[in-house]
Design a protein around this ligand. Structure first.
Ligand SMILES: Nc1ncnc2c1ncn2[C@@H]1O[C@H](COP(=O)(O)OP(=O)(O)OP(=O)(O)O)[C@@H](O)[C@H]1O
Ligand SMILES: [Mg+2]
Length: 447
């Protein structure tokens, strides 16, 4: 199974992230200042020093980004999300500048681009004891990796696609409650083959298409993000909007480019969320563009899955699997339903959610069992909403005039009766009609 790591305390994670973010931003500022001074007349040595500063700034910003959002106190999450967005942009601009400087310092770089395909864009060579790489060598390697990934791909489209690679989502398998069969399938398709690829050949070849389906809010997207966070493979997070609206007219090229990059950098995973919105049943009413895009997808998918040497896994997620084209379904031999949680899974999710926020103290295990047994039909996201609603009860009891002076530690603990109250406002979001359609589909096509 996936390695489950222990969650650090909420406030310490927040402080660490903020500190690393600050350090990374300061380092980047120093790099930019030096860059400005040495850009036109700087010596090679000075440029290498600048490159080193950019490299350190990138590393700090990367490290600042390695956290699980659930480990951040809820009140700080919006702020941290905003920081994360900024960090990604800063890190990217530092990388671009770093590559430019290295190209200036060593104009022969391009020759190196003929090197063989790399494992993934983000993989930086490990320093050996004998020859630790210089900043220049690392930046060169990254440029080579990028060039190798984009081999045979339209440059503009390729660069945009590389932006869709998810490096660190901050979500771990341990954050996903229940979903045992889906976790096991993903482990078999992603983690085990990476440990010993030779064992997974011929009939034991890992499955190349996995469809996650089920009612909304039960962890399809969350699970895919956990795979991205824990697997060491290149992970593309593709949505309908990234294939259609953003690049109108380029959809076919984009799909071709996507599979080509995935092939260049394999082993890799392509995750297509809300896949029904791109690959629903083809019909006469379809616009020409959309029909061509679907056909291209099927061709590329076939190419990637029929070659025994290619190690590309496509994961699709949808809550409307019955709208998928038959030809698409055929390409996902493993179709796993992430169903509404049963009593045991509800208990697990409520416990995890409360523990993560240090709010279990006032509740006994029989309280949790009571809540779990009264929430039949709730999805996981409904249960998270229920916990949030219950957590608000102690706050609502405080007089408004005293709210600003109230210390969080002095609030009363959550009680079982808070859940009773919350159950009056939070109701299940999944209708019987949807459930019966999904169950029919699962009976006929699921596995
Ligand atoms: N198995 C789970 N374990 C922990 N939290 C969960 C789980 N499933 C859902 N959640 C909670 O619900 C939220 C929504 O889940 P997610 O986005 O994965 O749902 P989904 O199945 O992709 O839904 P949709 O079909 O609407 O896209 C998550 O951010 C998380 O807070
Ligand atoms: Mg989703």
């Amino acid at each position: 199974m996936f390695a489950f790591s222990k969650a650090p305390s909420a406030s310490s994670t927040y402080e660490r992230v903020t500190q690393r973010f600050q350090d990374g931003s300061n380092k980047l500022r120093a790099a930019i200042e030096m860059d400005e001074l040495t850009k036109t007349n700087g010596t090679t040595d000075e440029k290498l020093q600048t490159a080193e500063l950019y490299k350190q700034a990138r590393q700090m910003l990367k490290e600042a980004n390695e956290f699980n959002i659930m480990d951040i106190p809820e009140s700080k999450r919006a702020e941290v999300r905003e920081k994360r967005e900024k960090m990604l942009n800063l890190e990217k601009s530092a990388q671009e500048r770093l590559i430019k400087i290295c190209n200036e310092v060593d104009p022969n770089m391009k020759r190196a681009q003929t090197a063989g395909p790399c494992r993934a864009a983000r993989v930086t060579p490990r320093p050996t004891r004998a020859t630790a790489p210089t900043p220049l060598a690392i930046a060169q390697q990254e440029a080579v990796n990028r060039a190798a990934l984009l081999k045979g791909v339209d440059k503009v489209i390729g660069e945009r696609l590389l932006d869709e690679i998810l490096d660190n989502t901050g979500v771990r398998m341990d954050d996903v409650a229940g979903c045992h069969s889906a976790k096991a399938a993903l482990e078999e398709a992603v983690i085990l083959p990476a440990l010993n690829p030779n064992l997974f050949s011929g009939l034991r070849q890992p499955v190349k298409g996995i469809l996650l389906f089920g009612p909304p809010g039960n962890g399809k997207t969350l699970l895919a993000k956990a795979v991205a966070g824990e697997s060491k493979q290149m992970f593309f997070n593709i949505s309908a909007s990234s294939l259609t609206s953003k690049w109108v007219g380029d959809s076919e090229k984009t799909i071709r480019g996507l599979f080509q990059i995935a092939r260049n950098g394999q082993p890799s995973i392509i995750f297509i969320d809300e896949i029904d919105s791109i690959l629903c049943e083809r019909s006469e009413k379809d616009a020409e563009v959309s029909r061509r895009m679907k056909t291209e997808f099927l061709i590329q998918f076939d190419g990637a899955t029929s070659s025994p040497d290619d190690r590309i896994l496509v994961i699709g997620a949808t809550n409307r699997p019955y709208e998928l084209d038959d030809a698409v379904l055929r390409r996902f031999p493993k179709r796993i339903m992430l169903n509404l949680p049963d009593n045991e899974a509800r208990r697990e999710l409520i416990t995890k959610t409360l523990k993560r926020h240090n709010m279990m103290e006032g509740l006994t295990s029989s309280d949790i069992r009571y809540v779990a047994s009264n929430t039949s039909g709730f999805s996981n996201s409904d249960l998270v909403a229920l916990c949030k609603e219950a957590a608000m009860a102690p706050i609502r009891e405080i007089d408004r005039s005293k709210l600003s002076m109230t210390d969080g530690d002095k609030l009363r603990r959550i009680r079982a009766s808070d859940f009773d109250q919350a159950l009056r406002t939070i109701r299940p979001s999944t209708s019987d009609k949807i459930m019966s359609k999904l169950s029919d589909f699962s009976r006929n096509f699921g596995c």
